[in-house]
Design a binder for this molecule. Structure first.
Ligand code: ADP
Ligand code: MG
Length: 341
């Protein structure tokens, strides 16, 4: 692959190269990249949802095992997940980046290929950003813009006592994918001739490197006429997010260990690595599934849904936040999560 130095191109030419793949699909995008500001409109009656995230090389990602295209994809997805977590539909994103001269134009184009793939899959438009140099490494700042009807917005504070706690998909896989990648990195550092052996861990590695935002569930909520009473996305681990919902809704919760959705390969790999599968599901991060509460009258709407598990229910705040284990014990739920600090 040829290597074009960033300095040889200059800022404007670089922006032009990187923005070449931008396709505008949203009727609410009136002007995307190319002017001093993007021009957007929300569908009638809907409100804006805006969220932003920073990703720093060495803090949030490690390019020794994260391909740049995957990084671009994941950076978009984790932002879209925040819009989904408000029960909104993502519409646009903005992407700012600072890159050191270690990066070539081609490598940034590879990053953008991942960004554009996510834009295509989720039908969102890249409408702008900023480009600058960094003294060391790569820094990304992503913002996502979405919309929702006022009456559909799901806050963290909306849960009521007796509401049912639900999660989408399965948990713990992304965390185990990271463990597997870290292990292979150590093997590789010790002996660069060793090729990574990831086949058996395909699902876990994919969950770590190429997570998806559950916008599919948001669309389904609309079709079934369901508005969760509260919602949050699971980026820092289920336990930590349950505590956020409880704190903001001023409630307690009972969660049942035997209801935690854990994929077979997650379970088996946890055992192989001498980890407790339930702990991985509770405290592993980066699943980007949705944790939400529904009123009991809505239970019929979700009870047969293959991608939704009911894991517990909300109680009065004095009752606390507890995990009821398989063995019948009650263990307080504590955040251990995914701390970059
Ligand atoms: P300004 O000088 O007004 O900040 P720029 O030259 O930085 O303008 O940006 C020109 C256009 O390119 C703007 O629409 C901006 O949003 C967009 N843009 C700049 N950097 C990026 C990037 N990394 N990704 C996507 N769009 C970008
Ligand atoms: Mg600028």
């Amino acid at each position: 692959m040829s290597r074009t130095e960033l300095q040889s191109l200059g800022e404007f030419a670089l922006i032009k190269r990187l923005s070449q793949g931008a396709v505008l699909r949203q009727p609410g995008t009136h002007k995307g990249i190319g002017d001093d500001a993007a021009v957007l409109s929300a569908p009638a009656q809907e409100q804006w949802l805006v969220s932003t995230d920073m990703l720093l090389e060495g803090v949030h990602f490690d390019l020794s095992y994260v391909p740049l295209k995957h990084l671009g994809y994941k950076a978009v997805v984790v932002n879209l997940s925040d819009i989904a977590a408000m029960n909104g539909i993502p519409r646009q994103i903005m992407l700012s980046l600072a890159a050191s001269n270690r990066f070539s134009v081609e490598s940034l184009e590879e990053l953008y290929r991942g960004v554009y793939l996510a834009c295509e899959n989720y039908e969102v438009d890249l409408v702008g950003g900023d480009t600058t140099t960094s003294k060391s490494g790569l820094i990304l700042s992503l913002s996502a813009i979405g919309t929702a009807l006022t009456s559909h917005i799901a806050y963290r504070h909306g849960a009521k006592p007796k509401d049912i706690l639900c999660v989408t998909g399965d948990l713990g896989a992304a965390y185990l994918g990271l463990q597997v990648l870290e292990r292979e990195k150590q093997v590789f550092l010790a002996n660069p001739a060793m090729q990574p052996d990831l086949e058996a861990y395909e699902y876990l590695v994919q969950r770590q490197l190429k997570p998806e935002a559950r916008t599919d569930i948001i669309h389904e909520f609309r079709e079934m006429g369901l508005v969760p009473s509260s919602m949050i996305d699971i980026s820092d681990g289920l336990a930590s997010e349950i505590l956020h919902l409880c704190e903001q809704s001023k409630l307690g919760a009972f969660v049942f260990e035997d209801k935690l959705p854990i994929d077979k390969s997650t379970y088996e790999t946890a055992i192989e690595l001498s980890l407790d599968p339930s702990t991985c599901a509770l405290n592993g991060g980066e699943d980007y599934e949705l944790l939400f509460t529904i009123s009991q009258k809505d239970y019929e709407k979700i009870k047969l849904h293959p991608q939704i598990s009911t894991i517990g229910y909300m109680v009065a705040p004095e009752e606390g936040v507890w995990l009821k284990t398989r063995g019948g014990q009650e263990v307080p739920i504590q955040a251990q999560g995914w701390k970059h600090f």
